[in-house]
Design a protein around this ligand. Sequence first.
Ligand SMILES: *Cc1c(COP(=O)(O)O)cnc(C)c1O
Length: 351
Amino acid sequence: MPHPAPSPEQFASDNYSGICPEALDYSLQANQGSAPAYGDDIWTQKAADYFRELFEIDCEVFFVFNGTAANSLALAALCQSYHSVICHETAHIETDECGAPEFASNGSKLLLGPGENGRLTPSAIEAIVQKRSDIHYPKPKVVSLTQATELGTLYQIEELRAIQAVAQRHNLRIHMDGARFANAVAALKVAPAEITWKAGVDVVCFCGTKNGTAVGEAILFFNRDLAEDFAYRCKQAGQLASKMRFISAPWLGLLETGAWLRNAEHANACAAYLEQQLRQIPGIELLCPREANAVFVKLPEAVIVSLRAQGWLFYSFIGTGGVRFMCSWASTRARIDELVADVKRAMLLPV
Ligand SMILES: *Cc1c(COP(=O)(O)O)cnc(C)c1O
């Protein structure tokens, strides 16, 4: 049987992309000879050290297979089963993890707060904390922030600092879902430390898959006490890779070559270009500001149907329900132009 021909690039998600050359190159290098299993290899050691250098802190580093596991296990380490986790109502941990955070924590409840454009606000957090303080309500213990958010927007440093202040006042820990952490760093042009531990973040789940690896997320505990026995939690959850080097080596490839940031800059720039092209089409409305690698637009239903009929794949259930176009390290200008031309045709406009 012949293998299927490669499909053209889509904008449904950044995880539609393949493995970037740097990650693939390091995987091939790691594939020489044998190496100790379960993370006791040189690749894992070097990748962990690189994270410590990049974040300018002696953090604890763990690798798991995917983002759902990273978020769920990290949250479970931050609270007891009778605690609660405050997050935005569109947070991935609430809408797209099938209850895994509650499952991994034996029942810690997620408490949802509002906020414009996917960003949780200090006042929303304050309101949730103040709502109840009696024994019958799950005690708030963690704030979970997604950077960049599910709506492709960013928390600025000042916003993180304001949330840190509320968290400190109420003894809350801060978890960061960094599914698109690299895109946030690239867009904000800040050192990773500035938007994590220097802003009170205790743990960040840094996604490799959406940045250019095949699989594997890094969990960085800046608050090392919270990482006590975390390795056991990962193992029990089936998240300890025995051939760990094939998760850590591609990560080292991203980090050591600078590809992690270049990939994110490229994805953001592609989204900026797509936004600029779509904005020129009369009748197309941007649903929220484009700040990283996602563009959310409102399209007429007939246009959505037409695009789908032409083979375009995209989500229309995320966040506010508009169409989401997501760019990645592999996005090309030519393919964006094709998409824009098809949108114009579907709107009966000259191309
Ligand atoms: C993709 C994504 C994740 C991780 O999802 P997995 O499919 O479990 O790897 C987590 N948070 C957000 C915001 C995401 O977009």
